[in-house]
Write a new protein. Structure first.
Length: 269
């Protein structure tokens, strides 16, 4: 069953601690599978190991307001350089609600290149390669964050399925956030161990949703559609934050409250 991390534009995402594995200091390859509610609106933090407090900057992969994409790198934790794509995601054919992959590669002292993919296997470069004089990346102590950045207000508004960190271009996978590693309804403080060995922790308003449970549903409280939604909510168990975020996402109504919203979804008064 396909799952994603639902992000509503407030403070929330998933993190994993600093480690030698995710502290890539040479060639770097970052990839995310994502869907944006409004692809042109707001800056969105995709995958970062970047903290301004204490000058612990390393790498920061973002989507810009014009749906271009950027990679910010620091060689010393303090100063930084940003390379932005010369084309936009909309120009590459992607729009609101589309699920797709975005990738950036950094070859030390050579260039930064951006890619997109519909399957995470076959990649298409978008925009020109951007020359880079940076010889490497700082070995910062910052945590890794997907969907947000601690201390930032630029959270994704949409859905995040996966985030991957490779040491070397198409090299060794050293960090992997995968929403499928979590249980439906997991929310603030829930953890999961990745295939690459690190532990990811959900924080703030983010929650894990099972996309397949919401396909083809009609009104939340009636007939077979209501049964399907009730099944989804039951699978989420007692994680009220996760269940109500799923209901809000489905209904398109951010005013649904936790207690009343869950009763509404279950067909109760």
């Amino acid at each position: 069953m396909s799952r994603y991390l639902l992000l509503d534009g407030t403070d929330g995402g998933a993190t994993t601690p600093d480690s030698a594995a995710v502290s890539v200091t040479d060639d770097l390859d970052l990839r995310v599978k994502v869907s944006f509610d409004d692809i042109d609106a707001t800056v969105a933090e995709l995958l970062t190991k970047y903290t301004t407090s204490g000058n612990q900057r390393a790498y920061r992969f973002i989507k810009n307001t014009n749906s271009s994409v950027g990679l910010t790198l620091s060689t010393n934790g303090s100063s930084f350089t940003t390379a932005n794509s010369t084309s936009s995601l909309t120009g590459a054919g992607f729009g609101n609600g589309d699920v797709f992959w975005i990738r950036v590669t950094f070859e030390a002292s050579v260039e930064v290149i951006f890619y997109t993919s519909s399957d995470g296997v076959t990649w298409t470069q978008f925009g020109d390669a951007v020359a880079s004089a940076l010889a490497g990346i700082d070995d910062s102590t910052a945590i890794v964050t997907v969907g947000d950045r601690v201390g930032s207000t630029d959270e994704i508004i949409g859905r995040l399925y996966q985030g991957q960190i490779y040491n070397g271009i198409a090299g060794t996978l050293v960090g992997h956030f995968n929403a499928n590693d979590f249980s439906v309804g997991d929310a603030n403080t829930a953890t999961a161990v990745a295939s690459t060995g690190e532990t990811w922790t959900i924080y703030g308003s983010a929650a894990i949703i099972a996309a397949d449970n919401l396909v083809g549903l009609g009104h939340a409280t009636g007939g077979e559609e209501g049964d399907a939604l009730r099944t989804a909510l039951k699978a989420a168990g007692t994680a009220y934050q996760g269940t109500i975020k799923m209901l809000r996402d489905y209904l398109g109504d951010t005013t649904v409250g936790y207690a009343s919203g869950r009763k509404q979804a279950l067909g109760k008064n």
